[in-house]
Design a protein around this ligand. Structure first.
Ligand code: M6R
Length: 609
């Protein structure tokens, strides 16, 4: 959701900023721009569209200068045009601002400034902020930014430079992520670590209400008043190779194929075979505290919400504890019933999703204990929860979430195992569950080896489809939702996920010979029921593609095509059944010529509400 990057140091800034924007493009790709300070003042170049459009614009005229800022945009206020692209300047044209977030009182400020003679070139809230900083500027950028920010409501991660101060970059954060990269005599600011990894792995995470002033001598963190704040320097574990495609045509395919390893990494160090339980000390909850939990609420968005639904099945089945799953965007607006006996679990790959963060904050305000299942180390959610489990899935760059999903389900399995063993699960059942978890990475690898089968299925059934239905029951109902989301977000085919039995209450009307219906039908407790649902679809001419266990001749006879998955415990099947669905949607999108890693209108990290 908009990526920002800034640099001050001895290197030429423009190329470095462009490279940084390329790495952050997954955060938004509606337009891009850079501003560099040099002997001529401020040189700004911007272009509508992806970063490649900006590169074309800069061809043969890269600005020189060792201080600069860059932005890749996911449009909120104003269409994705060049005038609306960042950086935006103040009335004098000497101060440049890049911004991720929304300034909520920008209309009022704009009107006041217009009355004072300001004219605006764009429809953006960011340009209003640039003008406001300019209005306060009298030779001290740091103080002008602080004064302007004291007047604005809303969310921001921003970076600001001025032609009149070629040795200063000011950045600030409230509600949108921002970190400082600490190099050797050079400093960076960025929305996430990906643009810095090439130069440094030492970072300082800014918190809400903090500003940082970078100069050629170092950096200083303060609040909007004048108080200086001392911050720890953290070391990032990820390296450059992890955020590159490494020969894969798309990040999404790379990330799908990484799942044997990412899943292994999520589980590593957590499984206690002998005791038949999980070690999850990161939750920061004693056995007694866990036993006192009366209810669990899991909150998340998108794919992470689907993993939460799987967690609900696991926790209720194994730990016999009531669980509710809430869309984070709804949670805090509906007066939720949570108190100190409620455990609230927030799930987020990025750890920056604004809705999930807001839900966590609301749960804390109401006295609940909060836990995060988060992939990005040091992200805001990870820092704000009372405890949690890092997924250790490695960076996920493709906008369509894949490996984070299976790792989230695995992390939920760890939480489930821990709580269930404290309540009613026997040591033998615990050991059996661990055995099931341990086998999963190799079982995923076996599925991946047969990905060409899915490529053929994609072509045969979905290549020309305009609609698709995904049906599953029990713990595989959320997998149906996830399969449908994967298809629609990267191939733009309309797809719905449904509980298979619910189909006859409405969606069955859609079924005809043009409707591909994907059934998730492993041989589990509800297998015989799903066989009946397949019959119902076949009776109406629908085309059935079924995910089944090896040797399931009953469904093989009924379905138009099948893909087999290895046998695992019922509750763990989602980790296996989701993989072929990820591949299916990937191959459909590729066949249709869609931009797999950067689907239209989407951004990887949704940092606005
Ligand atoms: O980073 P998060 O897990 O909090 O993100 C939540 C959703 O925005 C995300 O899962 C989104 O639905 C993906 N595009 C799904 O592929």
């Amino acid at each position: 959701m908009c990526g920002i990057v800034g640099y001050i140091g001895p290197r030429q800034a423009a190329g470095l900023l462009l490279e940084g924007l390329r790495r952050m493009e997954y955060r938004g790709y509606d337009s891009a721009g850079i501003a560099v300070v040099n002997g001529h003042g401020l040189e700004i170049t911007k272009a509508a569209g992806k970063v490649t459009m900006l590169e074309l614009e800069l061809e043969g005229k890269m600005p020189t200068g060792t201080l600069g800022i860059g932005h890749t945009r996911w449009a909120t206020h104003g269409a994705p045009t060049t005038p609306n692209a960042h950086p935006h300047t103040d009335q004098s044209g000497r101060i440049a601002v890049i911004h991720n977030g929304i300034i909520e009182n920008s209309s009022a400020i704009r009107k006041t400034l217009e009355r004072r003679g300001h004219t605006f070139k764009s429809e953006t809230d960011t340009e209003v902020l640039a003008h406001l900083v300019g209005e306060y500027y009298s030779g001290d950028l740091e103080e002008a930014v602080a004064a302007a920010l004291r007047e604005v409501d809303g969310a921001y991660g921003l970076a600001i430079i001025s032609a009149d101060e070629p040795g200063v970059l000011v950045a600030a954060r409230k509600g949108s992520p921002l970190l400082v990269g600490v190099g050797e005599n050079e400093w960076f600011v960025a929305s996430d670590a990906s643009p810095l990894l090439q130069y440094t792995r030492s970072v300082v995470y800014l918190d809400d209400g903090e500003m940082v002033v970078l100069s050629r001598d170092g950096y200083r963190v303060r609040n909007l008043e004048t108080t200086r704040i001392s911050k720890p320097v953290n070391q990032i574990e990820w390296d450059l190779a992890m955020v590159e495609r490494n020969g894969y045509p798309h990040f999404m395919l790379k990330e799908i194929c990484e799942q044997p390893e990412s899943l292994h990494n999520t589980l590593r160090g957590h499984l206690l075979e002998e005791e038949g339980t999980a070690r999850v000390t990161g939750l920061n909850l004693s056995d007694d505290q866990l036993k006192q939990v009366e209810r669990i609420v899991i909150t998340a968005c998108g794919t992470s919400w689907h993993s939460a639904l799987i967690g609900e099945y696991m926790l209720e089945e194994m730990a016999r504890i009531p669980v509710e799953v809430e869309y984070a965007s709804e949670f805090r607006y509906r007066n939720p019933v949570v108190d100190h006996r409620t455990l609230v679990i927030g799930i987020s790959q990025s750890g920056e999703t604004a809705d999930t963060l807001a839900a966590i904050r609301e749960a804390k305000r109401r006295g609940a204990r909060t836990v995060g299942l988060v992939n990005v180390v040091g992200s805001t959610i990870a820092r704000e929860v009372d405890g949690g489990i890092y997924l250790h899935a490695g960076p996920e760059v493709g906008v369509a979430s894949t490996k984070a999903f299976t790792s989230q389900v695995a992390a939920l399995a760890l939480v489930t195992l821990r709580i269930a063993r404290l309540r009613n699960l026997s040591i033998l059942q615990g050991r059996e569950f661990i055995q099931g978890l341990r086998l999963l990475p190799a079982q995923i690898a076996r599925i991946l080896e047969r990905s060409s089968e899915l490529e053929h299925l994609a072509e045969r059934f979905l290549g020309t489809a305009t609609n698709a239905l995904y049906l599953g029951r029990g713990v595989n109902f959320p997998v149906a939702l996830e399969g449908a989301l994967k298809l629609k977000e990267i191939s733009y085919i309309h797809a719905e996920g449904y509980p298979a039995a619910e189909m006859k209450h409405g969606p069955i009307a859609l079924i005809d010979e043009n409707m591909p219906v994907v059934f998730i039908a492993p041989k589990d407790a509800v297998h015989s029921k799903i066989v009946s649902n397949i019959e119902e679809v076949k009776a109406r001419g629908g085309k059935v593609i079924a995910l089944i266990n090896e040797g399931d001749t009953e469904i093989e006879r009924l379905a138009d095509a099948t893909f087999t998955i290895p046998v695992t415990l019922d509750l763990l099947t989602p980790i296996l059944t989701s993989i072929p669905l990820q591949l299916l949607s990937y191959y459909v999108a590729v066949a249709r010529g869609c931009n797999v890693d950067q689907p239209r209108n989407l951004a990887k990290s949704v940092t606005v509400e």
